[in-house]
Ligand binder design. Structure first.
Ligand code: ZN
Length: 351
């Protein structure tokens, strides 16, 4: 696949499509993935008992307040369950899902192709490397050039021998502080963006300054910030002035934790999260400042408890529950259309 064939098109796991066919899009989800890199084995016997149980109604109360600590909760291995859950989005009026599971998150091109055929949804697959904790021991020796080459190959030729090609670069994992290998992976991704015209999507670490550090690093490396998205704004950039500064760089701001409300404790820290109504208020503030065309929203479903099967809100949450609140808060149909259709179409079209 030459770059000229990609330009002006969107690349799904079933091949190239015209941008007009993308439709209503969730730009950051996971369908089949392995999130075990987040798992830390506890010392206490009674906690061990909780972390190794399968997710059930009987332990939902514990998992909801001990996020990323139950092993089963971190595993999306059941393809039929992924199909059933994704169909809820389709039946609610959805057209396309961007599947961000890349290297380190159990990326599975063949499964994504089957899920796309079974559901009729367009599925776009990610490329590049997730967080340092998911890098294999060989990452130290891998050069920046090798990582760039690998991403370019995934986009132009396909992953391994599957012939199934990635449609974006991401989600590229960065911790706080960023590790040396994450910096190498990020700069390699920026180079792959230049070579392919693909969109670059970055997961920032858990520090207020992480997003801006990434954007400045990318800018210095010659990345196209207007073709770059910073994820998880709803936990990563909590100062209103910092969101404005970030938006002024030209990058996309992705509120992709819709459905998660309150807080989560992680590694002995507490991450405050807005609720959905507050997310919408922040989005309206950004629109009022002129940044409508840089906003993306999604649900980043990668834990079982987020799925309807396990009492969660599921892939149709934004369609069913968020858009009505946006309307009630005064957002127009044109603004909602920009966020759900036009912005993702611009983002995922190769340049
Ligand atoms: Zn994600």
């Amino acid at each position: 696949m030459e770059r000229s064939q990609l330009t002006g098109k969107i690349q799904t796991v079933l091949g190239l499509i015209d941008p007009e066919c993308l439709g209503v899009t969730l730009p950051h989800e996971h369908l089949v993935s392995d999130g075990s890199c987040w798992y830390v084995e506890p010392g206490e016997a009674s906690v061990k008992a909780m972390v190794h149980q399968p997710v059930s109604l009987d332990n939902l109360w514990w998992i909801r307040y001990h996020l990323f600590q139950n092993m089963d909760d971190l595993m999306f291995l059941d393809e039929q369950e992924a199909i059933d859950e994704a169909m809820r989005f389709k039946l609610a009026g959805g057209d396309s899902i961007v599947e961000m599971s890349n290297i380190g998150l159990g990326r599975d091109p063949a499964a994504l192709a089957r899920i796309s055929r079974a559901t009729g949804l367009n599925i776009i697959m990610g490329s590049g490397y997730y967080l340092d904790v998911s890098h294999g021991p060989e990452m130290d020796a891998r050069s920046q050039q090798e990582i760039t080459d690998e991403i370019v190959r995934d986009i132009t030729e396909g992953v391994g021998s599957t012939g199934i090609r990635a449609g974006l670069i991401g989600e590229i994992g960065c911790s706080w502080p960023m590790t040396d290998n994450e910096r190498k992976s990020l700069l390699a991704s920026a180079r792959a963006q230049q070579l392919t015209g693909a969109h670059l999507n970055v997961h920032p670490g858990q520090g207020e300054d992480a997003a801006m550090e990434i954007v400045q690093l990318l800018d210095k490396a010659g990345a196209d910030l207007s073709r770059t998205t910073i994820d998880h704004i709803d936990r990563a950039v909590r100062e209103p002035a910092n969101r404005i500064k970030l938006a002024q760089t030209g990058c996309y701001l992705e509120y992709d934790l819709f459905g998660r409300e309150g807080y989560y404790p992680i590694h002995h820290r507490v991450i405050d999260l807005p609720n959905d109504a507050q997310r919408i208020n922040e989005i309206i503030e950004l629109i009022d400042r002129g940044f409508l065309s840089q906003i993306l929203i999604s649900q980043d479903i990668w834990n079982k408890i987020q799925r309807c099967t396990y009492g969660g809100w599921g892939y149709a949450h934004i369609m069913r529950n968020t858009l009505p609140v946006m309307r009630a808060k005064g957002m127009t149909e044109e603004q909602i259309h920009s966020i759900m259709v036009e912005n993702p179409r611009r983002v995922f079209t190769f340049v």
